[in-house]
Design a protein around this ligand. Structure first.
Ligand code: C2E
Ligand code: CA
Ligand code: CA
Length: 605
């Protein structure tokens, strides 16, 4: 080592100036080469790492269940994983060119080709990942798949800033199948109890605007456990399957949905029902047809089904309806095999129900469960809406939709009707003001008023104050009073009539034809309007007596200087007949059912 150092120092001492320069250059060059070499090594290492990562990602994408597609901004395919290749049925040469069969996407309304779809979302995608859950994908004509679609973008920051769309699709076919299975009865594949629970609220929600009757009918085989014990489990199941197939076929042409809810229970939901009798008739028809069918190994079995029916509104509020079919079924079965029973609250009327409704009324009014609906009244001269009747609706949080006939009487008994009446009057006056401000066509609104309210002695003053407070002209309000006014003494009645007349509001005599109003009363206390009750017009097309009575009432009303409204007009034929008798106004489902305010006011535009 000493020798080396000695030689080196001798060499340095003997070096000329040029030698120094040369050695310097050699050293710098060597250092530079070493630097380049290490850079290269690093790059090589980096490339190897990146390559390894790419392989890992590619492997992950390839085996991913979600289908992934990357396209350039000119819609050339840059990458598609295995799941996407099979979802879109891509052939081998799909890379670096546009898709041959461009799939279509439907996120709600229309089918759009994928390119056009991306183009339309271009600006939004720049900001965030877009998701389109439960969309439809159409690959070829016959292949439609339910998918969740997600779209993201990536801009490669190079000289030309290339943009890529990353499209991920989750195939929901299996999920759909499983969820469909959850709504099917295992034995018969019919819609099951869960499906019924999903569909019934939808059916009920239509009541609000359509006011249709709706029926639920629960069927059960009589003595089924005895059949099971005789023929065994397998064969009794066969009976159920045959029954379900037959039932499905029979009702397919009717306005009926069938559910296989439990073991040997079948539930029918029937919409657009006219009357209890119609439902009974339909069920008898089914029973007769079904009775012919039970056979095991060519041996006919005598099997019967009992049926419990609950009809809205006769059988109670909407959410009690299903429970009430069970009660009705119980009655039917107690009466013997093959029976039908309709649940009527009167058979079960107990204090509890009334007490409950009574307790819930006050809080219901405070919580906004009551709403005023409006039913148009049509002038026959020009077929225009000239007035409306305000009708109260109660949507109870647990019992659902409760028809007014179920609570008005109770409210009259307890005196709560005064509070309800005040609520309806205020709602109507506020609404009249809004219509006035927004320049809707002015109309008269009729409000039902119970004699209990008038008899408090404070009614007239209250109405007067409210009219002033809301600055509403008294002529835009009418009160509908039923014939029961005749139950009060003549003196009292005269007093109430005079007071109301003095206010300037109109008076309609409601439900005319059902009570005992005498001709003398009519003469002494003339109302502005006579409303002929629905019960007189129900059968007017076929019943000649009703035709004569209604015709006569219209003439009587006119002779006493009143205008006549006919209620409950449901068909064109009824409307035409009543117009020919000279009635002035028509109210009924034929023109419109009672509607929530936003629906109703469309008719005023
Ligand atoms: P109402 O005063 O006789 O009202 C007319 C009833 O007939 C309404 O029933 C209406 O929906 C129904 N209706 C109208 N056109 C037709 C038709 O073409 N076919 C059929 N089938 N029905 C028709 P709603 O709304 O169920 O009211 C029942 C009763 O409850 C009313 O009979 C009225 O007496 C009472 N009511 C409703 N709202 C109030 C209110 O705010 N206060 C008071 N005191 N009673 C009310
Ligand atoms: Ca009325
Ligand atoms: Ca009426």
């Amino acid at each position: 080592m000493d020798n080396i150092m000695e030689t080196l120092s001798k060499f340095i001492n003997n070096m000329s100036q040029e030698d120094y320069v040369i050695v310097g250059i050699v050293i710098v060059l060597a250092l530079f080469l070493i630097h380049i070499y290490s850079l290269r090594q690093e790059k090589k290492k980096l490339i190897t790492t990146v390559y390894a990562h790419v392989k890992v990602f590619q492997k992950a994408f390839e085996s991913a269940k979600d289908a992934m597609l990357i396209v350039s901004d000119t819609y050339d395919v840059v990458y598609a994983n295995q799941a996407m290749v099979s979802l879109l049925e891509l052939d081998n040469n799909f890379l670096y060119q546009p898709l041959k069969n461009v799939p279509q996407i439907n996120t709600g309304k229309n089918w759009v080709e994928l390119d056009a779809f991306l183009e339309s979302k271009k600006d939004r995608i720049n900001q965030k990942l877009l998701s389109f859950p439960q969309s439809m994908l159409k690959v070829i004509k016959e292949k439609e798949v339910l998918v969740n679609v997600y779209i993201d973008t990536l801009v490669e920051e190079s000289k030309c800033d290339t943009k890529y769309y990353i499209i991920t699709m989750q195939d929901l076919t299996e999920v759909k199948k499983i969820s469909e299975m959850a709504y099917q009865h295992k034995l018969t594949s019919m819609p099951n109890h869960m499906k019924a629970m999903q569909d019934i609220p939808v059916l009920f929600s239509k009541i609000h605007t359509q006011n249709n009757k709706i029926a639920l009918a629960l069927m059960q085989f009589d003595n089924f456990s005895r059949l099971r014990s005789i023929v065994g489990y397998e064969q009794s199941n066969e009976v159920i399957v045959t029954f379900s197939n037959y039932l499905t076929t029979i009702v397919s042409e009717m306005n009926v949905n069938v559910y296989h809810t439990f073991d040997n229970h079948f539930l029918l939901t029937i919409s657009n029902v006219d009357s209890v009798e119609d439902v009974k008739e339909l069920i008898i028809q089914l029973q007769t047809k079904l009775a012919k069918l039970y056979k095991i190994d060519d041996t006919s079995l005598h099997l019967t089904v009992s049926v419990g029916i609950a009809i809205y509104p006769e059988s109670g509020p909407t959410r009690k309806l299903l429970d009430n079919t069970y009660k009705a079924l119980d009655i039917a079965q107690n009466e013997g095999d093959g029976n039908i029973a309709v649940y009527l609250p009167s058979t079960f009327q107990n204090e509890f129900d009334e007490l409950r409704l009574h307790n819930d009324m006050k809080s219901g009014l405070e919580k906004g469960e009551f709403e005023v609906y409006y039913q148009p009244i049509i002038d026959v001269e020009n077929e225009e809406v000239v007035a409306a009747e305000a009708l109260i609706r109660w949507i109870h949080p647990e019992l659902g939709f409760i028809p007014p006939d179920m609570f008005i009487g109770l409210m009259e008994k307890t005196g709560f009707i005064t509070k309800l009446g005040q609520f309806v009057l205020e709602e109507v006056l506020k609404q009249q003001k809004r219509w006035e401000l927004f320049e809707f066509k002015p109309i008269e609104v009729s409000i039902n008023v119970s004699m209990i309210e008038i008899a408090t002695g404070e009614f007239v003053e209250y109405v007067d104050n409210q009219l002033r407070y809301h600055q509403i002209h008294p002529e835009s309000i009418k009160f509908e009073i039923t014939e029961s006014i005749a139950m009060f003494s003549e003196v009292q009645t005269e007093k109430y009539f005079q007071q109301l007349k003095k206010l300037g509001v109109g008076i309609s005599l409601d439900d005319f034809g059902t009570g005992y109003t005498s001709f003398t009363y009519l003469k002494k206390f003339p109302a502005d309007i006579l409303k002929i009750d629905k019960s007189l017009t129900d059968d007017i097309i076929s019943n000649v007596d009703d035709q004569r009575i209604v015709h006569a009432i219209i003439e009587l009303g006119h002779n006493l200087g009143m205008k006549v409204v006919v209620e409950g007009v449901e068909t064109k034929a009824m409307s035409e007949l009543l117009i020919s008798y000279g009635c002035d106004y028509i109210q009924g489902y034929y023109y419109s059912k009672p509607l929530p305010v936003f629906e109703f006011q469309k008719l005023l535009r």
